[in-house]
Design a protein. Structure first.
Length: 289
């Protein structure tokens, strides 16, 4: 990336206070980000590597970067290849997966590309439950990760909320087991059984954080917001947010996390339908500099 492009990305990360030694879980609209920093060859291997290297250099040798490469199709297709099964959680993850597949964690439903000094620790996590109490989500709290999103509101990437729902045993989700043909990084094929915290479809169409939760996290500076022109970005303290949300869930409250269905159209929940209007509000909002 040339100096102008680096300066735009640097300004965004400076305002989000991304520093050396930080642990970052990255959610990104890669095409929107590339366009914002002035890159035209968005899918080129050279640009993808330059972007990754810049981010890793920013975090330094003690930092860690996690990029999700979730594969939801594995449940229905009943197969998963740790090397080649595409991620369904963003273009950047898929582009990096071609070169860095060996950094992918093993759970087929929620897998991650791990870069940094704790790679070996995270690769050893083998909880068969995608949101089990000892799954990687636990380490994102324990190791003080921040969720950083570039180009969209953080709720789009806050999958961590399902781990918190699992810990509090909400009644609108349950642990669903599934078996599949699993091909590991050494091309060894075996039959394995995993689970994930699935929606009870007769109750829940969608669950997530509420607008009230978003307002609270922003006001408490647990979630930080920055806008560059019309490009929005966020940084969320996962540990602090998790404590607040889990306490609320354990009280059986509906303040910070709840669900919707055809008969329970809760407009307070930030859903796939309402997220666009929320993002427009942030685009028109002034950020602190």
């Amino acid at each position: 990336m040339n100096k102008i492009k680096i300066n735009v990305l640097k300004k965004i990360l400076d305002n989000l206070e991304i520093n050396k030694g930080d642990n970052i879980y990255l959610g990104i609209d890669f095409f929107k980000t590339a366009k914002t920093i002035g890159e035209k060859k968005i899918t080129s291997k050279k640009f993808v590597d330059l972007f990754l290297n810049y981010f890793l250099k920013r975090l330094g040798k003690k930092g860690n970067l996690i990029i999700p490469v979730f594969n939801f199709n594995c449940v229905g297709e009943k197969k998963f290849n740790q090397k080649t099964s595409a991620g369904q959680s963003g273009a950047l993850g898929n582009m990096l997966l071609k070169k860095y597949f060996y950094l992918r964690t093993d759970h087929p439903f929620y897998s991650f590309l791990c870069f940094g000094n704790k790679l070996n620790t995270y690769k050893k996590v083998k909880d068969i439950n995608a949101t089990g109490k000892n799954s990687l989500w636990k380490y994102f709290i324990q190791d003080n990760f921040s969720l950083v999103t570039l180009g969209h509101h953080y709720s789009r990437s806050f999958t961590h909320v399902h781990y918190l729902e699992s810990l509090s045993k909400v009644n609108y989700r349950y642990n669903k087991k599934f078996s599949l043909k699993y091909t590991n990084l050494n091309n060894k094929i075996s039959k394995k059984t995993y689970s994930f915290f699935a929606r009870r479809k007769n109750i829940c169409d969608f669950s997530g954080i509420t607008k009230k939760c978003d307002n609270f996290l922003i006001k408490q500076n647990i979630a930080k917001f920055f806008k560059y022109k019309k490009f929005i970005s966020f940084k969320l303290d996962i540990k602090s947010a998790s404590k607040i949300i889990l306490d609320d869930l354990n009280k059986k409250s509906i303040n910070f996390v709840y669900y919707i269905n055809k008969n329970k159209k809760n407009t307070n929940v930030i859903s796939n339908k309402s997220i666009l209007s929320l993002e427009k509000l942030y685009i028109n909002k002034k950020s602190k500099k």
